[in-house]
Design a protein around this ligand. Structure first.
Ligand code: FMN
Ligand code: SF4
Ligand code: SF4
Length: 252
């Protein structure tokens, strides 16, 4: 069973490649989290979790969802974290998560895909993003082949700096930066409600035909990157930056 969480489609694309190669079903954690559900999952094939990297770890909402769900059948658990550059010391926390759920940690594939954090960092243009996605696909297929044969993924060496980023900067990042306060819609907003429908945490409410952000945000970037009118900004930091969503075929 391949479970994914995504903001802008990279991790969904990664999950689709793996589930196609392994011949296994695909489950959206976005939908379940949005509906306030946890899972009672049963699978004879290994569990595979695909998600973005947030501050050098798996997103907190995803770890919490896994902690609150149950997993029966095959006890092997694989992780594919898409990232703009590196996953730091993420595997340490994934191992702990597996221990807590009685799952066997079978490894982490860190897959470099286009940076999507337009509220904070520069992001690649569409052409460069397409190139990065094309380069990621063979890596995903390699990981899928190992998952299919139930072999461990190769161990990734964690540098001391990576360990620090995951251990110390991660909690600070959530405390200091992850907030919905900076989002606003511009005059181009058509009131379509797509942003509210997409938000996995139901953080956006449509009031008088305009989105209002309300506190519970994980900075997934779905609203700002998928607004059909390009009418969402985050403070001044997102202005002029490209927005894209990776579709099921890996195109943007
Ligand atoms: C809140 C946030 C934090 C991020 N932190 C990291 C990070 O620590 N390391 C990294 O390489 N990329 C980081 N990124 C980039 C994403 O992990 C990357 O673009 C990923 O492919 C997005 O996946 P998605 O399209 O499935 O949401 C971050 C992105 C966001 C939105
Ligand atoms: S998705 Fe964009 S256009 Fe639609 S309601 Fe939200 S901000 Fe407005
Ligand atoms: S408000 Fe936007 S960035 Fe925050 S969780 Fe919802 S969709 Fe993601």
């Amino acid at each position: 069973m391949v479970l994914y969480f995504t903001g802008t489609g990279n991790s969904r694309h990664a999950a689709i490649i793996i589930s196609d190669a392994v011949g296994d079903e695909l489950v959206s954690m976005n939908d379940m989290i949005k509906n306030g559900e946890t899972g009672a999952f049963k699978s004879e094939l290994p569990f595979v979790f695909a998600a973005p990297t947030y501050a050098w770890r798996m997103p907190r909402v995803v770890s919490e969802f896994i902690l609150n769900s149950s997993f029966e059948g095959c006890k092997k658990a694989y992780f594919a974290l898409t990232c703009g550059g590196q996953t730091g010391g993420a595997s340490r926390y994934l191992k702990k998560l597996c221990e807590a759920k009685g799952l066997e940690f079978m490894g982490l594939a860190s897959i470099v895909m286009p940076e999507n954090y337009i509220a904070m960092f520069p992001v690649p243009g569409k052409e460069e993003a397409a190139k990065i996605i094309a380069e990621a696909e063979p890596e995903l297929l390699k990981a899928a082949a190992l998952i299919k044969s139930r072999s461990p993924l190769p161990t990734e060496k964690t540098m001391p700096a990576g360990r620090l980023l995951s251990a110390i900067v991660n909690p600070l990042f959530y405390r200091l930066f992850v907030s919905s306060n900076g989002f606003y819609s511009t005059g181009g907003c058509t009131g379509c409600g797509v942003c509210a429908r997409l938000c996995p945490l139901n953080n956006i409410e449509m009031i008088s035909g305009r989105p209002v952000w309300d506190g519970n945000c994980t900075h997934c970037m779905a609203c700002i990157c998928r607004c059909p009118a390009g009418a969402i900004e985050y403070k001044k930091r997102s202005q002029g930056k490209p927005r894209y969503y990776v579709n099921d075929e890996g195109r943007i």
